[in-house]
Design a protein. Structure first.
Length: 479
């Protein structure tokens, strides 16, 4: 029963059997009190009575022996019990004399609506069995009584004789149709599922080129689309992981090479003067610091990805935080002859968040802007309220970012200027910035024009979604 076709056929067949059983039971209940059963017996008796009225074989019989023989022939021909009765009720002939005595009371019968002069009714024999009869006068004061025994369970007998086989034939036809439907439905469902199994096995082997079918029922199509989406995400993750490992290896290899080279120079005596030793030691120190920053930023990203860096959710005075960030970069901007400007309102809405992490966000953006702005340029910090939140932007007049690179600036280790020696950052600052902003349920985007400059915009909500849920629950509990 593991096959989908067998399960569908079994389900359809069970439904058919259950339906037929319910229909049969309903028919039995209807027939139990239905006049249809008696009507069938009366119709049969009327037919025989009309034939008897035309042939009158019993009226022509002269002697009792001839009368008995004629009654027996009539009984055998039409499968009836035939009685010849006097008007007073005495029975002269009974074709089933060995059976319990049957004495219909003709005075209790009613006129037949079909055979002229005949009377019909029901009677019970000496054993209590029910009989339907029709009494037809012979013209000499006697009556010929045609009787049909009623079964003990007439409704069941009528059902078995007249309805069972039609229902059985209908069930057989329905079963054949169910088998055909089971095959068709199983093919439409099992075909895509089998293909999806092949695709899933391919994904497990690292083959992401296959595509799951998206045809069939809605549920199967949804499963196929989810499988294709999962394959695409896995492929993207594998590619990102491969690039990540390559970038980490490169970023570690470069300072290690410098450290190894200058340490070797000191060890071999190539740095033969105090100034050369001091210079080599300084480079080793700088490269070690660069490796430390790389490891710290990697750990920071790992914690953010894994959700291990818990964010404090405290009221944050965003204007004070931005003003302090701007103050920290004043000396650096003056040294590079870059003009810093701020457009901060007297008051900004208080938001909930982690002040240290938000300071890291705006520090990264300001550092990035100053790094890529030439002397004589400008860096502007602006903030203001927006619907349901606050918006902060950092704009510079640097070289700008080409359109083909805009979509990748938040990728880890990605740097727009690939020819520049990576003596400064390692390409993780914007990735960390994006992770922190998203952890605050915010959003960050960038816009840039080559030759004019770049603007990073951060939007932060005043409250997180669960804050409104908690507030609503509190108000409901107090009401």
């Amino acid at each position: 029963m593991n096959s989908l076709r067998l399960r569908l056929f079994a389900a359809f067949f069970a439904v058919i059997i259950l339906t037929l059983a319910i229909v049969g039971l309903a028919l039995l209940l209807i027939l139990r009190n239905s006049p249809l059963i008696d009507r069938t017996a009366v119709t049969r008796l009327n037919t025989v009575a009309r034939v008897l009225a035309q042939q009158t074989p019993l009226a022509a019989a002269a002697s009792p022996a001839q009368l008995t023989a004629a009654a027996q022939r009539l009984s055998q021909t039409h499968d009836l019990r035939v009685l010849v009765m006097e008007a007073g009720g005495a029975v002269r002939v009974d074709t089933q004399a060995e059976a319990p005595a049957l004495r219909p009371n003709l005075r209790l019968s009613r006129p037949s609506a079909v055979v002229s002069g005949a009377r019909q009714g029901q009677a019970r024999d000496a054993a209590g069995a029910a009989w339907t009869y029709l009494a037809q006068p012979l013209g000499d004061g006697r009556f010929v009584v045609l009787a049909i025994a009623q079964p003990r369970f007439p409704a069941l007998a009528f059902f078995m004789e007249d309805l069972f086989w039609p229902l059985a034939q209908a069930g057989a036809i329905a079963a054949a149709a169910a088998l055909a439907l089971a095959v068709l439905i199983a093919r439409s469902v099992a075909g895509p599922l089998q293909k999806m199994a092949v695709v899933a096995q391919g994904i497990a082997r690292g083959d992401y080129t296959q595509s799951a079918p998206t045809r069939g029922p809605d549920e199967v199509r949804a499963l196929g689309q989810a499988l294709n989406s999962m394959a695409a995400q896995i492929q993207a993750t594998q590619t990102a992981q491969h690039d990540f490992l390559g970038n980490v290896s490169h970023e570690l290899k470069t300072p290690l090479t410098s450290i190894q080279g200058f340490a070797q120079a000191i060890q071999d005596g190539a740095a033969d003067s105090p100034e050369a030793v001091q210079r080599s030691a300084g480079i080793i120190y700088d490269e070690a610091n660069r490796m430390r920053r790389l490891v710290e930023e990697l750990l920071e990203l790992t914690r953010l990805d894994a959700g291990l860096r818990a964010l404090r959710r405290e009221p944050v005075d965003l204007r004070a935080l931005l003003a302090a960030t701007l103050e920290r970069f004043q000396l650096r901007a003056q040294a590079k002859q870059i003009t810093l400007s701020a457009d901060l309102p007297a008051a900004l809405p208080v938001i909930k968040g982690d002040a240290d992490r938000l300071a890291q966000v705006f520090t990264n953006l300001m550092d990035n802007a100053l790094k890529h702005t030439p002397a004589g340029g400008r860096v502007a910090l602006a903030a203001g309220p927006v619907p349901e939140g606050v918006q902060v932007s950092v704009a510079d007049t640097g070289a700008g970012i080409p359109a083909e690179d805009l979509g990748r600036v938040f990728e880890r280790f990605y740097q727009v200027d690939k020819s520049r020696a990576r003596s400064g950052g390692v390409g993780l600052g914007l990735a960390i910035t994006k992770e922190i902003v998203q952890a605050h349920r915010g959003a960050i985007h960038v816009e840039s024009v080559v030759g004019l400059g770049t603007r990073f915009t951060v939007r932060l909500p005043l409250a997180w979604p669960e804050d409104s849920t908690i507030a609503r629950r509190r108000s409901e509990s107090h009401s």
